[in-house]
Design a protein around this ligand. Sequence first.
Ligand SMILES: Nc1ncnc2c1ncn2[C@@H]1O[C@H](COP(=O)(O)OP(=O)(O)OP(=O)(O)O)[C@@H](O)[C@H]1O
Ligand SMILES: [Mg+2]
Length: 442
Amino acid sequence: MSNSTRLCLVEDDEIMRASLRQRFNIEDIECVCFNNANEALESLLSTEYAALITDIRLPDMSGDKLFSSILDADKIPPPTIFITGYGTIDQAVSLLKLGANDYITKPFDLDELLDKLREVSPALFGDAEQSSTVLGVSTKMRQIKSTLDRLADHKVDILITGESGVGKEYAARYFANRSNQDTDRPFVALNCAALPEELLEAELFGHEKGAFTGATKSRRGVFEQASGGVLFLDEVGETSPRMQAKLLRSIQEREVQRIGSEEQIPVDLRIVYATNRDLKKMVANGEFREDLYFRINVAHIHIPPLRERKEDISWLAHRIVENYFHEHKERRLILPLSLRYLEKQHWPGNLRELSNAVERACILSPQEVLGPREFGASGGDEHGISSEQVNLKEAMEQYEKNLLQEKLEQHQWRIVETASSLGISRKSLWEKMKRYDISQSE
Ligand SMILES: Nc1ncnc2c1ncn2[C@@H]1O[C@H](COP(=O)(O)OP(=O)(O)OP(=O)(O)O)[C@@H](O)[C@H]1O
Ligand SMILES: [Mg+2]
C-alpha cells in the first residue's frame, strides 16, 4: 500500500490546472502538477503518488496512453481518475477496464471531484482515521482498528471473538504488526482445535529429547517460538480442562515448562486469543475455566459478521479484484449492479466466503465485466435484485443501444464501417438497429 500523500495532476489547460491546484491547497493536499504527459510519466515512474488525476486530451500523449505506459513499465499506477470531455458510456467503460478507478466528465464540480478522490485515495486526506481501511471501511471496523492501534501500545493480551471467517486472524496479524512496529519479531499461530491433546501440549510448551516415544530431539513450543513477538492462539475455547489449567499457569507466570523437563523457561510475548464460541456461556456450563476466562478477557474485541456491516462488502470485493489484477495481470470490473447483489446476500461464511466468491468469479468469468450472474444470481432473480433496480439484461441492452448510436454517429451512419468497428456483421447491426429502434433521424 502506498505511503505517499502526494497527488499527481496532469492537465494542460492552465486555468483548470490553477483552479484545481488552488482547491487542493485549501484541502491541504500536496499536489504536483504537469501540463504534459511525458514529464508526468517520468515522475510517475520514479516517485510514489497516492493518486493520479489526468486529463484524457493532452498535447503529447493521451491520458489513457499515459496510464497504460505506467502499466507497460511494470509499475502499478496509483488510484487514477480521468477527466474526460465526452461522457460516452463506451469511453467510460474502456477507461474503467483499463484500470482507472473513476472518471469525471467536463464541466464538473470541484466538490464532486473531491468526493471521488476521497473514495479512491483516503490517504490523500491525511486523517489517519480516514485512511485506516485495512480492516474495512465500515464504522465498526474503523473503530476496531483504532482500538487495536491503542492496545498495541500497551502490554496487554487480547481476545478476539466473532463468527467463522470474519477476519479474526487477519485482525490479529494487523495487531501483531502494530505491536512489533517494523522489527521482524515473530508472529506464531496455533489452532488449538486442530490437534489431539498430547500433540497440542507438546506444540504449546515444547519437549525435551526422549520425553515421549518419537521425541528424538528437544523442541521449543510456540510460547518459546513467539517470545519477543506475538502468539496467536486460535480456537482457545476448544481446549480440554487439563490443557486450560496448564495454559493458565503459563499465561499467568509468563514461563513454560517443556514436557520432560523441570526447568521453567521465561517467555516475553503478547498473546492474542481467538474463538468463535461463546466463552461466557461455556463458563456458565462449566466447559471453560472461569479464572482462565477472566485472564484472557482483559481486552475483548468482537468482530461483527459481514451482514451487519454491508459497507465492507463492496470494499472487499474491489480489493480482491485488485489483488487478482496484481497476481494475474487480468482486469476485472464489477458492475455496481453486482455489488448491490452481493450486498443483499447473507454471507454465513463471512469474509472468507465473499473472498472465495469474488475470486471464483474473476477466474471463471469469460469477460472482464462481472455481472450479478457471475456471482450466481439467476435471471430476473427476485431474491437478488429488487424490482426497483434495473436487471442486468436491461442494463446491458441500454448499454448496447447507446454504444451502437455512438459508433454510428462516429462513422457518419456508414453501416459497413460501423459494423466492422464493432466486430459484428452488417446484418446483425441492422437487426440490432431495428430491435432498438435506432435510425438516423433520431
Ligand atoms: N480486512 C480484510 N481484508 C482482506 N481480506 C480479509 C480481511 N479480513 C479477512 N480477510 C480474509 O478472509 C478470510 C478469513 O479471515 P480469517 O482467517 O482472519 O478469519 P477467522 O475469523 O480467523 O476465521 P475462522 O474462525 O474460520 O478461523 C481470509 O482469507 C482472510 O485473508
Ligand atoms: Mg481463524
